[in-house]
Design a protein around this ligand. Structure first.
Ligand code: SAH
Length: 249
């Protein structure tokens, strides 16, 4: 008897890259096939949900579950394609909290892009982009997103700012004081592409703070009177922005 492959939040959702339309066949990658077979004990006829970031979400049935892998047959569309707000998180990776955690939470909070940035006081020197992307895919599947956030290649702050698209406003989370609250700054900002920037454990150094504040598209913002850990700051800022200007309204 075919069954629905269920997890906590309902039918299992899988991100695939194939085009989705009625009758399309989708071959799952090894990781997904293993997960369905050995974790969910999937068999032919079982139903899952698939999305590819372009064609919305579709219900699919397992067509064949053999040694050579699992293929799905796409049936009906369950959701039309929608995106997340055009919100980027530019974050200095921090040692304590694996960037995996931050990537997963930022994906749940609806970022469109995660951009790791190296600042003068950043301790972390390497970022595993592939791994971050895998975390983002998993979080997108779990959270019901229809898109996967982009994960940028880690880059130095100066280089990033030199090539920055000026139409994208940056909310610079500056713990150094004399900044308006993010909520007030977000309310005043016209709708448009934005980025939230957070620093490393050691914060931004005076030179970075000065050069950031001198840029016309940068608005220094406060996240309240206490010093938050970098990951707390990033997630709090994303939640504030989503509430004031994003898709939590
Ligand atoms: N070591 C620094 C704190 C760095 S906290 C110090 O003691 O000053 C890491 C990052 O989180 C900061 O660079 C900033 O981007 C953000 N952050 C933390 N608390 C904040 C606050 N109250 N307001 C704005 N940004 C904050």
């Amino acid at each position: 008897m075919a069954s629905d492959l269920k997890e906590a939040g309902g039918l299992t959702r899988l991100f695939v890259t194939a085009a989705l339309e009625p009758g399309a066949t989708v071959a799952l990658d090894e990781g997904q096939a293993h997960y369905l077979r050995h974790v969910l004990r999937a068999k032919a006829g079982d139903r899952v949900l698939v999305f590819n970031g372009r064609d919305g979400e579709w219900q699919a049935q397992i067509a064949a579950a053999g040694k050579r892998g699992i293929s799905l047959e796409v049936r009906t569309q369950t959701l039309p394609q929608t995106g997340c707000p055009d919100l980027w998180l530019v974050f200095a990776p921090v040692k304590k909290t694996p960037s995996d955690y931050l990537t997963q939470k930022a994906t749940e909070l609806g970022v469109a892009k995660l951009q790791p940035v190296f600042t003068h006081r950043t301790i972390v020197t390497r970022i595993n982009q592939e791994r971050l992307l895998a975390n983002a895919v998993e979080a997108a599947e779990q959270s019901g997103r229809l898109t996967i956030p982009e994960v940028g290649e880690a880059i130095g702050l100066d280089k990033l700012l030199a090539a920055w698209p000026r139409e994208r406003a940056i909310f610079f989370c500056d713990e150094g004081g004399d900044a308006v609250s993010l909520a007030d700054a977000a309310r005043k900002m016209d709708m448009g592409p934005v980025a939230i920037l957070t620093g490393p454990e050691g914060g931004f150094d005076p030179a970075e703070r000065e050069s950031l504040r001198a840029l016309p598209f940068v608005t220094p913002v406060s996240l309240g009177p206490r010093i938050l850990r970098a990951d707390t700051a990033a997630l709090a800022a994303l939640a504030i922005w989503q509430s004031v200007k994003g898709d939590w309204r």
